[in-house]
Design a protein around this ligand. Structure first.
Ligand code: PEP
Length: 243
């Protein structure tokens, strides 16, 4: 099980206290075999890495540029994340796809860049509510998987996060049957693509301590990508301990 926390655009140096509480409680989860990764905003990555060396919490980025360096104002490369001690990076989050117009092709290039730098690529896919209502959820996710996972990706350093867009930050989640069906579909797609190496599949979208146990017990759910509830140590660890 992997419980990855996505802090999004939340946090500043005063957040070190909350992160300190996560570090203090992390061994409760890691002792049970649950891996933890926290992805703070870029300005905090190096600080978190410094603190995390005494714990078992991995630190990740929330996005990376496809190029290793150059004239790309405001961007951060996978190599820069790795040099700061990050071990993973989220790519293709629906908020990046929407806010920054990221296409599957761009996401695929970022995933390759992440692995080029030695990071685990956490690739996000998921349908909108309109697409689900139209019965197109699997077709959309299938297209995103085909487009966002280019040739050359190493499945051993790949995690796929299924995040229905309409469940992110809304307090709504799909039924357990719908989560099971989509994860089975993603599993079959990934197994056909990478028959030798199982790829971890996370569920993301309004996971909290009160629903984590039932969601994490669904077949083919290998963990969670957690947004809002990853900001507080008690909630984040509550989810991890439900795994
Ligand atoms: C996310 O942003 O990846 C996410 C799952 O957010 P939340 O848990 O807040 O729905």
């Amino acid at each position: 099980m992997l419980i990855a926390g996505n802090w999004k655009m939340n946090g500043d140096p005063s957040s070190m206290d909350e992160f300190g509480r996560m570090i203090a409680r992390a061994p409760e989860a890691t002792a049970r075999g649950v891996d933890l990764i926290v992805c703070p905003p870029a300005i905090l990555i190096a600080k978190f890495v410094d603190r995390a060396t005494v714990s078992k919490i991995g630190i990740g980025g929330q996005d990376c540029h496809a190029e290793p360096k150059g004239a790309h104002t405001g961007d951060i490369s996978a190599e820069m994340l790795a040099a700061c001690g990050a071990t993973a990076v989220i790519v293709g989050h629906s908020e990046r796809r929407t806010d920054h117009g990221e296409t599957d092709e761009m996401v695929g290039k970022k995933a390759l860049a992440a692995q080029r730098a030695g990071l685990t690529a956490i690739v996000c896919v998921g349908e909108t509510e309109a697409e689900r209502d139209a019965g197109e959820a699997e077709a959309v996710v299938g297209r995103q998987l085909a487009g966002s996972l280019p040739e050359g990706l190493d499945p051993a350093r790949l995690v796929v996060a299924y995040e229905p867009v309409w469940a992110i930050g809304t307090g709504r989640t799909p039924s357990l049957d719908d989560i099971a069906a989509m994860h089975a579909f993603i599993r079959a797609t990934l197994t056909a693509r990478f028959p030798e190496t199982p790829v971890q599949i996370l569920y993301g979208g309004s996971v909290k301590p009160s629903n984590a146990a039932e969601i994490l017990a669904v077949e083919n759910v290998d963990g969670a990508l957690v947004g809002g509830a990853s900001l507080k140590a008690d909630d984040y660890l509550g989810i991890a301990l439900a795994a």
